[in-house]
Ligand binder design. Sequence first.
Ligand SMILES: Cc1ncc(COP(=O)(O)O)c(C=O)c1O
Length: 371
Amino acid sequence: MKVLFMDLKTQYESIKGDINTAINNVIEKTAFASGPFVKKFEEEFAAFCGIKQCIGVGSGTEALWLALLGLGIGPGDEVITVPNTFIATAEAISFCGAKPVFVDVDEKTYNMNPALVDAAITPKTKAIIPVHLFGQMADMNPIMEISKKRGLFVIEDASQAHGAEYKKNKAGSMGDAGCFSFYPGKNLGAYGEAGAVVTNDEELDRKIRMLRDHGQAKKYHHSYIGWNARMDGIQGAILSVKLKHLEKWTEARRRNAKIYDELLQDVPGVIAPWESAHGKHVYHLFAIRVAERDRIISALAEKEIFCGIHYPIPVHLLDAYKFLNLRKGSFPVAEKSASEFVSLPMFPELNREKIEFVVRGLKESLAALAK
Ligand SMILES: Cc1ncc(COP(=O)(O)O)c(C=O)c1O
């Protein structure tokens, strides 16, 4: 048996007819850049998130960047986020000219620790970006309370959390804006690059719509210096097809996570993911923690079980962010967990037989290393 880390081909086979028709429709209508297929998806995804507006853009990175720009964040400002995220969260802050300020994460969820936010706020702080890592929403109520008290914006990085919930609120719906990536491997993935911002704020919606289209609301009447950050028509059409399956795929991920939990219960040396009672985890990734992570990953690969690491180096320790002078030891929880994470195979089409094979392989690898 061979178990891939994710399997986009099997998923495509299950929806091939509808996908091919959707792509063909876009070509027939030559609606390649933005246009009616993107508009349709925007309406559907806004409804899915329980939010008034959705603006389709070119990637999750652009979604974060445009949300920050739309809220007026720029040089001299500080934005609080977490170090254990994909670099894009910090890059978006840097690309506005602002400075990312990190706070450590919670031991169990690996999401922003709200108790540490207050101390990171300075007169320059303008916004907080909690990242809903691995598919579980951050502890949003205390984060929203702090933001209200201190007059800060909240932008949710929901790139890994399509459909996740916090006390019945959908990911992306609690902050001033929610940002999504539709990178192909995401729970809702395009067949190329795509992303979106969701918001209930009509003024922010208007501004981001213009910013993503060279700062224009009317062709060649440019009110702002914007960018070309439009979503492709083909991606919009594909995302509409895939959105219809998302709830079912999420339930399949949750079922698979339950099987893993059951099988990992009696495995010493493994810290399994923890699902908080405050919400619904959508298991974009199923990240366990083990000592000697790299050797375990190699041993599993030899058994044709393919894993990932999300992410091996916290953002403050990346070469790109050396200039912040944040040394090792600055964020102990994020650093320790980053050195131990192994993302096991996780996708809707996985089944019990394959999960049993993965866990058996993991147990054998741990036992071999203990010798
Ligand atoms: C937490 C997080 N933020 C931002 C991004 C950036 O999204 P994209 O790759 O679509 O630009 C990703 C995607 O990898 C992500 O996982």
